[in-house]
Each structure stands twice: as C-alpha cells, then as structure tokens.
Ligand binder design. Structure first.
Ligand SMILES: Cc1ncc(COP(=O)(O)O)c(C=O)c1O
Length: 360
C-alpha cells in the first residue's frame, strides 16, 4: 500500500486502492462497537431529517441535558463537539501556555492539536515490557518543566491499558499543584466506565474529561463527542467551538443512543467475551506478543522479521485491514492493533494471521 495513514479506519481509501466496495473490507483498524449503534438511532436520525431545513441547535440543548442526566452532573459541565477530535483541537486555547506533556504512546491528535496551535510538547514514554504502567512519581518529576497541559488517554489507545480511578485522581492532584491542566481522554471508557474520573475532574476544576460517542455507540460517520469539566472550563470550551458545529442528525443520534442503556450493557458483555477469545487466539500465534486491553481493541507485536506494515500489506488480499502502529510515538514498526469484532470476523482474522505468519 503506498498511502501513509495517520489513523486507522481508512476503508474508503483502501477500498478504492483495491478496487472493491468499502463494504467488502473487514476493518479491524478502527475500534468501533461490533454491535453497531443502539437500534433506536436509525429511526431517530431518519426522523430528524425533516428538521434539516433549519440550522442545528447550536447549544445542543436536548443532548446536553441527556448527557448531564446520564453522568449525574449539571448541563453547565458539558460541552458537545463535532467528534471529540474537535474538542481536543480546542484545548490549547483554554490555557495561556506553550508547552504540553503527552503520556505516550497515545492518540496522535494530541500532538497534532498542539502542533497546529504552535505549542511545543514532550512525550513521557511508558515502558512496553511492564505493560505500560503509569508512574505518578515520574510524571511529578516532569511537571517541574511547567507544562500548560498534560494528556493521558484512559484506557490507553493503542495500548488498551486501563489506569485505575484512584491513580488518575492522584495524577489530577499532582497536576493541580503544578498548575497543569490535566486532560483525560476517556474516548473508550464506556467499556469499563466504573474507572471514569469525571466526578473528581468536574469537582476539582483542574482537568477536562474528553468523551467520544462515535466508538461505543458505533457511528463514527456521524461526528459526536463531548467534554466534562467544571462549569467555567466547559463554558469557555463551548465559546471556542464553531457555530452550528454539531449537526442535527448527530444530535438526534446522541439523544437516542443515551436513551438505550440496555445496549451499553449488552455491548460491554459482548466485547468482554470476544476480547478474551481474540486475546487467546492472538497469544497462540507463534512470535506474537499481545497486551491485555480493557476496551474493544488489542495491541500486539510481531517478534520476528515481519513488520506490521508487511503484515498489513499481506492481509489486504483477504480484504482485512489492521492498524500498523509504527507512527505511534514510543512504539516501533512491529506493533499492530486490532479491533474486537464479532466471533465470525475474529475467526476470519485469526485464520488469515495464522496463514500469513506460517508463510513467514
Ligand atoms: C483515544 C481517542 N480519542 C479520541 C478520538 C476521536 O474520536 P471522535 O472524534 O470520533 O470522537 C479517537 C479516535 O480514534 C481516539 O482513538
């Protein structure tokens, strides 16, 4: 493949390259709920079609109220964005500083947002051998450099590593003492939401929690995410957004998704079972190391000659797309990430991987 992608989920470009319809690509490169959106979302989006003759509700009132009810906070603590990516890109404008720290490896948009805002950044790379543990003492040491923002992804993408709520709350205190705003990206925490630090973050005023609705609710094609923070921070973030940035269809999808808690419970149970199956299958492949993950994806590494890019290339004739993790700061060209999908799809992936690895 001759195109370099920054993210996973490039089914349209890959399908064009292969000359096949996008529906034929089995996409393990983007980590989307394998059960898809809650059933009510389709009808809600169709019904909202008739409202497209008006501009969207810029304040996303109904969705903000539903999110506040769902998280047990006030509407003033919520800021909805055009995907959590929009909010990540606005964060540097919340703080009068020019330097940030990123706990790596991590989602590439933190660095991209900082670069575009003219900030410098450092990465604190977590050790892969120990399973990417977070040392609060190591972060405290780094914070002497007077960073304006600290980015932590929990659970980590691409590592899948979950940091316990107590530990992240301790990090929040360390950041508050250092005058650094802590950003906890909880884009995948719906799969393990008892570990969310939304409450201490809102109460402390020393951080921002970023949440995505595109992964857990299965509609990345509709852009929707939000931030949770103390009211003054959330309100300032809202003022930085583009007017009408969140479309009517996305708002309707979000409200309908939140109205179906049963889908969330089913998704968590389904993903836990399939993740265990995929973990066991990947671990049984010769020369492959897999890291346990708490979300709907797993990080793995090829220990032999074959690179992740080579593996990705060899899976394409099978119409299977995986995420080559070479461009994550802190990982090398042998790391790859795969999403947890349905049993039949996971079996297809494992069979294809087994065949490629056997060929050498
Ligand atoms: C960790 C993490 N945060 C945020 C995002 C952005 O998601 P969205 O803009 O679809 O809400 C992604 C997308 O892959 C991600 O992996």
């Amino acid at each position: 493949m001759n195109t370099i992608f920054t993210h996973g989920g490039n089914v349209f470009a890959v399908a064009r390259q292969l000359g096949v319809p996008p529906e034929e690509i089995l996409d393990f490169s983007a980590s989307i709920n394998p059960l898809g959106p809650p059933p009510g979302v389709r009808g809600a989006v169709a019904a909202a079609f008739d409202r497209l003759g008006h501009y969207p509700d810029s304040a996303c009132t109904e969705l903000v109220e539903a999110l506040a009810r769902c998280h047990g906070c006030e509407p003033a603590n919520v800021c909805v964005g055009n995907g959590s990516t929009e909010l990540i890109h606005l964060l540097p404008r919340l703080v009068a500083a020019q330097r940030a720290l990123i706990i790596a490896p991590a989602f590439s948009e933190y660095a991209e947002a900082l670069r575009k805002a003219g900030w410098a950044y450092d990465c604190l790379v977590l050790p892969e051998d120990a399973g990417f543990p977070l040392s609060i003492a190591a972060v405290r040491e780094e914070l002497h450099k007077e960073y304006g923002l600290l980015f932590l992804c929990n659970p980590g993408n691409p590592t899948g590593r979950l940091y316990r709520k107590d530990q992240v709350a301790e990090l929040l205190e360390v950041c508050r003492d250092a005058g650094t705003l802590l950003v906890v990206d909880e884009a995948f925490i719906d799969f393990c939401d008892e570990e969310s630090v939304k409450r201490p973050v809102i109460e402390s005023g020393a951080g921002v929690v970023i949440r995505s609705m595109t992964k857990f609710y299965g509609f990345p094609g509709l852009r929707l995410g939000y931030a949770l923070a103390a009211a003054p921070l959330a309100e300032r973030l809202c003022t930085l957004r583009l007017p009408w940035g969140v479309g009517t269809l996305a708002q309707a999808a979000g409200v309908a998704a939140l109205a179906d808690p049963g889908h969330g419970a089913r998704s968590r149970a389904f993903v836990a079972e399939e993740r265990a199956f995929l973990m066991a299958g990947l671990s049984s492949l010769p020369g492959v190391r897999v890291w346990p993950g708490a979300a709907n994806y797993l990080l793995a590494r090829l220990n032999g000659e074959l690179s992740a890019a080579g593996l990705q290339e060899r899976l394409l004739p099978e119409r299977i797309l995986i995420r080559d993790c070479a461009n994550f700061h802190g990982l090398d060209g042998h790391f790859f990430r795969v999403a947890v999908r349905t049993r039949e799809e996971n079996e297809r992936l494992l069979a294809a991987l087994r065949a490629v690895i056997a060929r050498g």
